[in-house]
Structures are given as C-alpha cells and as structure tokens.
Design a protein around this ligand. Structure first.
Ligand SMILES: [Zn+2]
Length: 307
C-alpha cells in the first residue's frame, strides 16, 4: 500500500512537471538563435532564413498547424528578395484567439575587428523563446482560446515583417478573431521590478495588463511601462496590430535606464537569465490557461493614437 502511494505520487509529480517548459529547452532555443553561426540574423541573409527554418522546426515539434497554406513560412518581399515571417496556430475550444509574438531578425554583423556579431540574445531571441515556450507548454493541451504564434522578420528594418503579416490576405480570419496580442521584446534579464515580472508598453491605452494580472493572481506580475517617454508602444511590432484596432502591446524586462547591451555585440547568451525566463514563460502560460473569451476581453480606451 505504501509502495503504491509513493509510486502514484512520483508519477503524479512526473506528469505535472512534464507539462512545464524546462530550463534546458529555454537554453537550447535562445542559445541556438543567438549563436555566432546565425551571424546576427539580418533580414535578407541566409542565416536569417536558417533562423526561420529553425523556428518552423520548433513549431512542428510543438504540434502547431499552419496559419497560411502548407508551411509555417509566410513569404513577403524585401529589396527584391523573398523573406519569411513564421506563423503557427494552436486550435482551442473557441475560434477566438490570443496572439503571441516576437521578432527573430537582428542586426547582422559589423566590420569591426574582434567580436563583430550582433547576436541579439535579448533582442529578440528571448521573445521568440517565449512564444516557442508557450506553444511547448500547450503542446498536449486543449486551451479555451485558440492561439496564434508569430515570429516576425524585419523588425530592425522598420517593423516590416509584422506589417506584412498583419496585412497578409491569408491572415484575415485570424486577425478578425484576435482578442489580444502579447508581443515579447527583450525578456532575457531580470526587470527593474525584480524577477518574474515584466512591464507592458502603452499600459495607459488598454486594460490588458489589469485583466492579465487579475487572472495571474500573483504568479507573475505585469507592471506599467516605466519608460513611457521613450514611446516604446509605437516602436515595436505590436503597433502593426494596434493599427488594425487589435489590442496589442509589447512585454519586456529590459531596464532601459541602465541597459548596456541594447544593440551592442555583447547582447549574447552570457547576459541571459535562463532560470528567470523559464519561470516567467511557465507562469505566463499557466495564466493564459485560465483565460477564455468569457473572462478575458481587453479593450483600448481613447488615449491610444492609432493613426
Ligand atoms: Zn527588438
């Protein structure tokens, strides 16, 4: 009898842990995207395309469906070349969707001697790791909301990937059902509010943060944007969706008052807090698991400027 209950208990803890994203997964994804082999993932380079294929492979492992056609890769044109965003869907009980995004492109390399690779571990391999992690968490689950996972290209070239995907005809049905978009932009470090906490850009513009915090119930905390003067809301990919009147904000941990790696070659794996990232991704996913179209319908107020 005793033996049996010990076995049952260990099986229980095995299965309850099995659903969570592991530190190994987080480390593998972010270190692969930020590796020197990816040469800074500049849009239009072979390494940028290699990163898109790598993200496709992860989406497949996490059992996502295609957003458009018969591939996760959604093409658009950039300077006469075909380049790609990466998009996958998780079907939930409802047609209504939540979106999760980040950008996988970065700034490539410089002509400097020595370390000349802009690895972009924080910016924004960390954001891609978050959406891969959330899709991993839901791999064997049936959530209430359907979910769309979008890895944007060309953020550093002027938000062009998110603009292309948001305007892609094949995405119209998804956009119509999108209740909110969580765009992850630089979450590799602890925030100025401590660990297990992010800030949301444009927090004055909607009730998304308040609603999310209510459901998170302390598991993870979303703070107002302390750098509101920098207008970060209008400077990342969320704005391509905001322009379509979809509630879309960016979530970050970057301490913009003292950050030393922003758009520098030292934004590499050495600055990544894998433990904190893993905890945040799991707690974000656990909160999302509680959300349904009945209890979660964020709205903009009239402070947001969308034109
Ligand atoms: Zn970025």
């Amino acid at each position: 009898m005793k033996k049996l209950s010990v076995l049952a208990l260990s099986l229980f803890s095995f299965f309850s842990l099995a659903q969570e994203v592991t530190q190994e997964t987080v480390k593998k994804v972010i270190s692969t995207l930020a590796s020197d082999e990816m040469k800074g993932r500049l849009i239009g380079t072979p390494e940028n395309e290699q990163a898109a294929h790598y993200i496709s492979k992860l989406f497949k492992e996490n059992k996502l469906d295609y957003c458009v056609g018969d591939s996760y890769l959604v093409p658009f044109q950039y300077k006469g070349k075909t380049v790609y965003n990466v998009c996958g869907i998780k079907k939930g009980s409802s047609e209504k969707m939540l979106g999760f995004s980040g950008h996988f492109d970065h700034m490539g390399t410089s002509t400097d001697k020595g370390d000349n690779i802009y690895n972009g571990a924080d910016d924004d391999a960390s954001g891609i790791t978050a959406l891969v992690g959330i899709s991993d968490y839901f791999k064997n689950k049936k959530p209430e909301f359907s979910m769309v996972f979008m890895a944007f290209n060309g953020e550093e070239a002027g938000l062009i990937g998110s603009k292309a995907l948001s305007e892609d005809k094949g995405m119209e049905k998804i956009n119509k059902n999108l209740a909110a978009l969580f765009n992850f932009e630089m979450i590799a470090t602890g925030s100025e509010f401590g660990k297990n906490a992010m800030f949301m850009t444009g927090d004055d513009f909607s009730d998304l943060d308040d609603l999310f915090n209510q459901h998170a119930d302390g598991m993870i905390k979303i703070y107002p944007d302390p750098y509101a003067k920098q207008q970060l809301f209008y400077r990342s990919d969320n704005v391509s969706y905001a322009k379509k009147k979809i509630v879309a904000h960016s979530f970050s941990t970057a301490d913009m008052s003292k950050i030393k790696h922003y758009h520098q070659v030292n934004d590499d794996f050495s600055i990544v807090d894998v433990e904190n990232m893993t905890q945040m991704i799991n707690n974000f996913a656990k909160t999302v698991e509680k959300l349904s179209p009945k209890n979660f319908a964020p709205k903009y107020n009239d402070k947001v400027k969308l034109n």
